[in-house]
Design a protein around this ligand. Sequence first.
Ligand code: DCP
Ligand code: MG
Ligand code: MN
Length: 352
Amino acid sequence: PHVEGQNEEPAYNKAILEQLKILMDHYDTIKTKGSKEHFKVINYRKAITAIRALDYEITSEAMALKVPRVGKKIAQKIGECIALGKIKKLDHLNWDQERSKVETLFRSIYGVGSEMATDWYNKGLRTLDDVRKLPDLTKNQISGLKYYDDLLKRIPRAEVEEIGKVVSASATKLHPDIQVQVTGSYRRGQPDCGDIDFVVARPDIDFGGDLFVIMDHILKDLISQGFLVDHLSLPVWSDEMEGQMKHFKYMGICKLPGEGQVHHHIDILVVPWMHLGAVLLYFTGNDIRNRSMRLLASNRGMRLSDKGLFAGVMRGKNRKKINEGHWVAGRTEKEIFDYLKIKYLEPHEREC
Ligand code: DCP
Ligand code: MG
Ligand code: MN
């Protein structure tokens, strides 16, 4: 095959070639098959190859247009490069790339959404240190920044299992029948996890008062062990919850004892026994699977939530619910699949 000196420094038109290449690479990353960007990549490649082969300097748009395989649009860009030192489009490109890079960084802080990230960018913030100086950070954002590096680290399954033992031991100290299960990506069999998601329940315990006692015990115990080091969201208790089927959720930051351990995000749910299947299904996910199961339920006149499967749901215009339906399944996951008349999916089959 014909091998051209692709890596050799071109003698002429260095700036033009550099800038056209950046644009070509940009279109290459955003193109889809048959899109206009796809054809732009082809045109840029042809033009770049042609210009590479020249043994003279292009000094005007008109001259560029005379180069075979250089079209009108690319010639115009070359004109900009000659007249302004830079193709105008590149400024936007850099600006967009910089913005999206910074906003992605900000969104990777726990407790920061896209709106906040955009807002901070518009205010001129660019780095985590810029953000750290803000006077009005929320408590969660402060924790997110404090443990930033640790929280980005994936958790290997073996460590999830260690953490599982700590939480189980604490729960069974209160009562040996209490069941603690690790759900989320761990239960789906992923090799590593972003956080650890626990579901806790006790056979035939369904109501708020008893459930809160379990949550309260686990939290106090794990805090006193120094295992839970920071809280992002604590469950709250009010007296009218006593006889209600309540779900209690804790979100926080944990660390195994010993030197060199990494801080991780931990979620703990304490839920009614009667809802356990629905909660396991929801908290095992993944989120896309959850959405499709909910849609399937709704297409069959039912409603699926983390409380259970509800039948006899009436919907009006725009699928808006007229009533909530009545609970028909949710003690076990199997029960829900059966009622929906679909094949049971093992947790590892629920990855989408
Ligand atoms: N979930 C959901 N919709 C959301 C968030 C969560 O349906 N917006 C459900 C599905 C998830 C489960 O809760 O699988 C646990 O949420 P996580 O955010 O902990 O997600 P995963 O455990 O699946 O993945 P990761 O390893 O990133 O924690
Ligand atoms: Mg998770
Ligand atoms: Mn989680």
